[in-house]
Design a protein around this ligand. Structure first.
Ligand code: ZN
Length: 154
């Protein structure tokens, strides 16, 4: 059975960056299971998986435009120290969660702290990066009606 929309796919994957460092991997965990065709994976990866079958192993290079996007400079801003006074031990690299006006949780990264304020970056940590995926397809099956109506795999 090949990978198509409305099929549930399980994959093992390793994600490395341009420097060859492993950023994420399903090694030693359950495979990632998702409903194909619902934008649950980044577009560049989902597109390459289409038409593949269980047992296939593929290497995919994803450009930022097909991955987590390019870096949006408007999402990098400096805020006064007073906005962060209830956070203990604020330090660069720390990830904070904020809730946007639509109620979505956004992850922002503390980029720099100096005498002028705290610079935060709301871009996805992988924005602007070329990503290398090594993927092994473990299983492909038809989605149930319930999964299709929910828009995700169970
Ligand atoms: Zn559900």
């Amino acid at each position: 059975m090949t990978i198509q929309a409305e099929r549930v796919v399980s994959i093992h994957y390793t994600l490395t960056n341009e420097e060859g460092e492993t950023i994420d991997s399903s090694d030693g965990q359950e495979p990632l299971t998702y409903l194909h065709g619902k934008n649950q994976l980044i577009p560049g990866l989902e597109r390459e998986l289409t038409g593949k079958s269980a047992g296939d192993q593929i290497q995919v290079t994803v450009q930022p435009e097909d991955g987590y996007g390019t870096i949006d400079p408007d999402l990098i801003q400096q805020l006064p120290h007073s906005d962060f006074e209830d956070i203990d031990e604020l330090e660069p690299g720390m990830e904070l969660e904020s809730i946007d006006p639509d109620g979505h949780i956004q992850v922002i990264t503390v980029q720099e702290i100096d005498e002028h304020g705290v610079t935060i970056n709301g871009n996805h940590p992988l924005a602007g990066q070329i990503l290398h995926f090594n993927v092994r397809i473990e299983a492909v099956r038809e989605a149930t009606d319930e999964e299709i109506s929910h828009g995700h795999a169970h």
